[in-house]
Design a protein around this ligand. Structure first.
Ligand SMILES: NC(=O)c1cnc(N)c2cc(Br)sc12
Length: 312
C-alpha cells in the first residue's frame, strides 16, 4: 500500500508542477481532483504515509494567532533605482570602470511581495516575507498553498531561494468583483491583494487567492554549479522552480535600453503587474568584485517605469 500511496503522491506533485510551473497541464482538472480525493482517502486510512510533501497537505495547517518573526541568514536588500537613460548609462559607466566590460541580465521587476523559501534536503522547511530586510514573518503555511511552490524537490538540495509572490491580474479582477458583491472593501491593485492574502492567518483563505510566484535568486550558491545569474536561473528551472521566461541576457547597455523600451510598450500584455526592470551584472565573480552598499548591491539596479496616468 505504501508504494501505491507514494506513487500517487509523486504523480499528483508532477501534475501540480505541469499546471502551476509549466502552465501546461497534461490532464483535465477533474481528473486531478479525482486522484487527489483518492489520495486523501488513502492517507486517511494510512496516515503514517502522509508526508509533509504530499500534495494533500498544501492547504492544511491550523489558523495562526500571529506570524512568528524569523531572521534572514543574509539581508534581503532593496535595489538602487534608475529613472531615465542618463541614470542607466551612469550605472553602466561605473560598472565598466570598476570591473571592465560585462554582460547584463535583464529581468522584469514583478510588482508583488518579496519572499524567501528555505529547502533542506529537498524539502520546503520555511517560507518568509522580506519584512524590514533583516527580520521577516514566517508565513510557511500560506506559501505552501501556492501551487507554483514545490513542497519537495527531485534533488536533495539545501538552499534558500528568493522571489516575488504575486496575484495574476485576472485573479485580482475576479477577487474584487466578488468583494464588491459582498460589500467588502476593494483592493487597490494586485500587489496589495497579494500582500493581504499572504497576511491571512488562516491558510485556507490564502489558498483561495490563486497566488503565484517567480523565483529569481539563490542565496547560497554552494549547491549550484552556475557562475552567472543566467545559469542560476536555468538551474532553478531544472530544480522545478517557476522563473520568469521574459528574462534576457544582453552584452551592453544598448541591449538594456532596447529591452526596457520593449517592455515599457508591452507591459500591459503581461498577465501580471510589473513596475520596472531589474538589470544585473551577469557574472558572479564580477558581482563579488562590485559588492554591496549598506542598502543594496552595486551590481544591480532597478529601472522604474514612470507612474502610469490613472485613467479616471
Ligand atoms: N528578477 C528580479 O531580480 C526581481 C524581480 N522582481 C522584483 N520585484 C525584484 C526585487 C528585487 Br530586490 S530583485 C527583483
Amino acid at each position: 500500500m505504501e508504494e501505491k500511496i507514494k506513487s500517487l503522491q509523486d504523480r499528483l506533485n508532477r501534475y501540480n508542477y505541469e499546471y502551476h510551473v509549466l502552465d501546461a497541464p497534461t490532464i483535465p482538472d477533474s481528473e486531478y481532483d479525482k486522484l487527489l480525493h483518492e489520495l486523501i482517502a488513502l492517507e486517511e486510512q494510512y496516515p503514517e504515509y502522509r508526508t509533509d510533501s504530499s500534495p494533500t497537505v498544501r492547504v492544511g495547517g491550523a489558523v495562526l494567532s500571529r506570524f512568528e518573526k524569523v531572521a534572514h541568514d543574509t539581508p534581503m536588500l532593496s535595489l538602487g533605482n534608475a529613472f531615465n537613460e542618463e541614470d542607466l548609462r551612469a550605472f553602466d559607466k561605473r560598472i565598466r570602470e570598476s570591473v571592465g566590460e560585462v554582460e547584463y541580465m535583464c529581468e522584469l521587476k514583478i510588482d508583488g511581495l518579496a519572499v524567501s523559501l528555505k529547502y533542506e534536503a529537498g524539502q520546503l522547511v520555511q517560507g518568509a516575507t522580506r519584512g524590514d530586510g533583516t527580520v521577516g514573518e514566517n508565513i510557511t503555511s500560506n506559501l505552501r498553498t501556492i501551487g507554483a511552490i514545490p513542497l519537495s524537490l527531485d534533488r536533495s538540495l539545501s538552499f534558500e531561494v528568493r522571489g516575488e509572490a504575486y496575484m495574476p491580474k485576472s485573479s485580482f479582477e475576479k477577487l474584487n468583483t466578488e468583494r464588491e458583491k459582498n460589500g467588502e472593501a476593494l483592493f487597490q491593485n494586485p500587489r496589495n491583494a497579494a500582500a493581504g492574502s499572504l497576511r491571512q492567518l488562516d491558510p485556507k483563505l490564502a489558498a483561495k487567492r490563486n497566488l503565484s510566484i517567480f523565483l529569481y535568486s539563490v542565496n547560497d550558491l554552494t549547491e549550484l554549479e552556475a557562475d552567472t545569474q543566467s545559469g542560476a536561473l536555468d538551474e532553478l528551472d531544472q530544480a522545478g522552480f517557476k522563473t520568469n521566461r521574459e528574462r534576457k541576457l544582453v552584452t551592453d547597455i544598448e541591449g538594456v535600453l532596447e529591452y526596457i523600451a520593449y517592455w515599457e510598450k508591452h507591459r500591459n500584455d503581461l498577465e501580471y503587474d510589473i513596475d520596472g526592470i531589474v538589470i544585473k551584472v551577469n557574472a558572479f565573480n564580477s558581482q563579488e568584485d562590485l559588492g554591496f552598499t549598506a542598502k543594496s548591491p552595486r551590481w544591480a539596479i532597478a529601472y522604474k517605469f514612470p507612474a502610469e496616468e490613472v485613467v479616471t
